[in-house]
Design a protein around this ligand. Sequence first.
Ligand code: SF4
Length: 451
Amino acid sequence: MSSKEQLTRLGLFDAKVPRYTSYPTAPHFAGGVGADTFARWIGAIPAGSEISLYVHIPFCRRLCWFCACRTQGTQSAAPVRAYLDTLKAEIALFGHHLPEGVRISRLHWGGGTPTLLEPEMIRELAEAIFAAAPMAAKGEFSVEIDPNEIDAARISALAEAGMNRASIGVQDFDGEIQQVIGRIQGYDITRRTAEMLRDCGIGSLNADILYGLPHQTPARIADSVQKLLSLAPDRVALYGYAHVPWMARRQTMIPAESLPSPEARLKLFETARELFLWDGYAEIGIDHFAVSGDGLARAQTAGRLRRNFQGYTDDQADVLVGLGASAISRFPQGYAQNAPVTSAYAARVRNGAFATVRGHEFTQEDRLRGRMIEALMCDFRIDRREILERFAIAPERLDDMFRKAAEAFDGLPRITGKGFEIPPEARPLTRMIARAFDEYDLARAGHSAAI
Ligand code: SF4
């Protein structure tokens, strides 16, 4: 690891940079991409190919203060029922435009709280999706599971629908931290959920844990990580808590003075990271860990790791279609996003149209820079030969981009015979170094801390 002084001087503890789950990032999407473009891009998916599908359920029983997800609180089933009917109409429209023989290699239900759906709603949603496009052989169907909002009947319905990977949000098991972030979820209920999922034949468990939470200390995060490890998750995402109350108003409930300093955040991350490594997990990209043999670990070894809106993936599909309010799709042509507000989304779909309201059509420069940023985020290196073969860029211009990015970071990134590389000691700077390859103006976007 580079010295703290060097990381400080390079701005790690002050920087606000994107997480680069897309390029350009969502704040740069604009109104030029609408429902007609979305329909055209769906129609251009090659017949017989495999795609990823993301389905968004924007409801939660209660809203946790730390969470910046696009979701709304509800105590009754009526709005969920109405939303499901709209979603089914959107799925049918999507199926109508989809070329012959397209199958789903990855299906993910996220939110919000997808497990808010009653068992019969789960069955209806799965039927609607598979009527539009069947799962591919060896396809993965994952669902975000809220341990506070799940029971045996829902798990059975999900398993019968084909769910084979479950994702559990943990945040932190410490009681005081849970009080302050407005999310109570004890270890016992989380463990019971993991056991119920495994009893139902769900072979693969993902978990999310957060560093940088209020009142978090190295001892507290170590305790939470050890509890999490006792559940033996196959994959873990160790995300930094992003305190952005100007974007997520409910975060104003969290006193800013209870948050750890940027230097303390780095220490929290390193404490958790070391525990995962000691336990034999492979480090995946900047913030994921996976047991050996897991798809992400295999993809990383084979140089096939990719990055999308859900973080890291081993999925090789060129198309990720997002359905539901606020969902984002990625096509080889560009990004398309649905209306974020549920009522506006529903009004469009009720009129028989897709709900796309904004997006971004790729230029060749976007494709070039997007690939270089993805390569840094996934592999910590850019392969010079790959870039020269795939993109029309002069070798001198590429070498110049490498040189400028290396110089901007004290020469910590290395320029080698094979290309550009971030050595292990400079990896906390990865998102900042990726920023050096981003040509968009980040000033108008409220990004999160670099660490
Ligand atoms: S953490 Fe989960 S349950 Fe809480 S508000 Fe966010 S999406 Fe909803």
